[in-house]
Design a protein around this ligand. Structure first.
Ligand code: ARG
Length: 447
């Protein structure tokens, strides 16, 4: 092995160079503030801002900053190279500690907005699919065992509601991200008469951190972001798990486009749900990112410690991967097609009308517990005689309870069962349409 390059080991340039834009944006505002407060004269200020802008322009065009210990030194050295020693005035009344916290917040603001945008798309696709499949009945499970028939639309919308809360959570988290640490300097503030509120205004921050020690040490805004992203990932892992299950030939409830699957190198018959599996698998690493940062900040004394430099790889990793997962999930869901004949066939199995028969008896004034016992016997009889609830005769029903009349068949019709779940938030079509209206209104407000 080669000798270890300690500068590189201690530094962060290899991963924080992607903060270049955020870093320069922050510096331009800082210099603007130094000019406004007359800490820096206008001529020097203009020169520095012009230099920073030229670096920014080059980076936007794809030019790469030369390697330095970290992005902050990288930008400063390049600035001095371009405009001379006056560039060294930029770092007045700040330190890299408040600078890096600022950069990370600028970066995360942007990321939360992008992820929220993808979550809106995710909801829109689910709503579209719900509308397209508004009449499709499928089995609803609890404990992954047949429970009651539901509308496929109701099932899909469950995920749309999760995504709506995910987006809401990110929006809320953004408020705490969007507070400015800059001007806290290394740890104690500065004796220069700076105007942090002006700087915050220039950068679009909603407020300034109240305590300089907190400002340079705090990473809970990043932890919160990682939790928000983890929740998104957990939700995606669940819908992907269902897609994997529904694609299995034993279920065959859905089809998705071939490009989201792959074949096997040995078994010619196979189509594997790789895209859904990768999204499901990514949740492991995204949760890991949350735990990495929690562990980094645990027990750290105030104020800044170099350990905090390790905050960035997990934050970047989670942000990058959740965006990839959402993009992939969105594309995959667009191609999702329900195979109604199979979902209905499956909903007919498993005695999913049993609760309905019990409720029918309750309406005839039989206590629910008694009704439950009666239907349990009916189901046992069906299992023994190889019958289904809709193939029993009226006489057979009557033998279990005289209260069961000919109208029972209307109640146990799959479509009627789903349609009858009219309670607020239930699985009926009316409820589904109401949910769509609520979700759409919400999405409309976000734009
Ligand atoms: N590269 C550092 C980080 O990412 C910047 C702050 C360094 N501050 C210091 N006092 N060494 O956290």
């Amino acid at each position: 092995m080669e000798n270890l390059d300690f500068e590189q080991f201690i530094g962060s340039f290899s991963f924080d160079q992607r903060l270049a834009q955020a870093d320069i944006t922050g510096s331009i505002a800082h210099v603007g503030m130094l000019v406004k407060t007359k800490i820096l004269n206008l001529k020097d200020g203009k020169k520095i801002i012009a230099g920073l802008s030229s670096i920014l322009k080059d980076i936007d065009k794809g030019w790469k900053l030369p390697k330095e210990e970290d992005i902050h030194y990288g930008v400063e050295k390049e600035l001095i190279k371009r405009i001379g020693p006056v560039g060294g005035k930029m770092h007045t009344a700040r330190s890299r500690n408040d600078q890096v916290a600022t950069d990370l917040r600028i970066y995360l603001r942007q990321e939360t907005d992008e992820i929220a945008g993808l979550l809106r798309q995710f909801q829109k696709i689910l709503i579209k699919k719900a509308k397209e499949n508004i009449g499709v009945i499928m089995p609803g499970f609890t404990h992954l065992q047949p429970a009651q028939p539901v509308l496929a639309a109701h099932h899909l919308l469950a995920y749309a509601h999760m995504a709506a809360r995910d987006a809401d959570r990110l929006k809320d988290c953004r408020k705490r991200i969007n507070v400015l640490p800059l001007g806290s300097a290394a740890l104690a503030g500065t004796s220069f008469k700076i105007d942090r509120h002006y700087c915050a205004k220039l950068l679009g921050f909603e407020g300034v951190c109240e305590n300089s020690l907190d400002a340079v040490s705090d990473r809970d805004f990043a932890l919160e972001f990682l939790f928000c992203v983890s929740a998104v990932s957990a939700h995606l892992s669940r819908i992907c798990e269902e897609i994997i299950l529904w694609m299995n030939p034993e279920f065959a409830y859905i089809k998705i486009d071939d490009k989201f699957t792959s074949g096997s190198s040995i078994m010619p018959q196979k189509r594997n749900p790789d895209c859904a599996e990768v999204i499901r698998g990514k949740s492991g690493r995204i949760f890991g990112d949350l735990f990495a940062l929690l562990t980094i900040v645990k027990s750290l004394p105030l104020a800044y410690n170099r350990d905090l430099q390790e905050d960035k790889p997990p934050v970047f990793d989670a942000a990058d991967n959740i965006k990839l997962c959402l993009q992939a999930a969105n594309e995959m869901l667009k191609s999702l097609v329900f195979i109604e004949k199979n979902t209905v066939k499956s909903a007919r199995k498993g005695f999913m009308a049993a609760t309905e028969i019990a409720d029918y008896l309750v309406r005839k004034n039989i206590p629910f517990r008694t009704a439950h016992a009666i239907v349990k016997k009916i189901v046992a009889y069906c299992i023994n005689s190889g019958k289904t609830l809709d193939s029993l005769s009226q006489e057979e029903y009557k033998s279990f309870s005289p209260d069961i009349a000919g109208d029972i068949f209307k109640y146990i019709d799959l479509k009627n069962i789903a349609a009858a779940k009219t309670s607020y938030g239930g699985a009926s079509k009316k409820s589904v349409l109401r949910q769509i209206a609520v979700l759409e209104k919400n999405i409309g407000r976000e734009k």
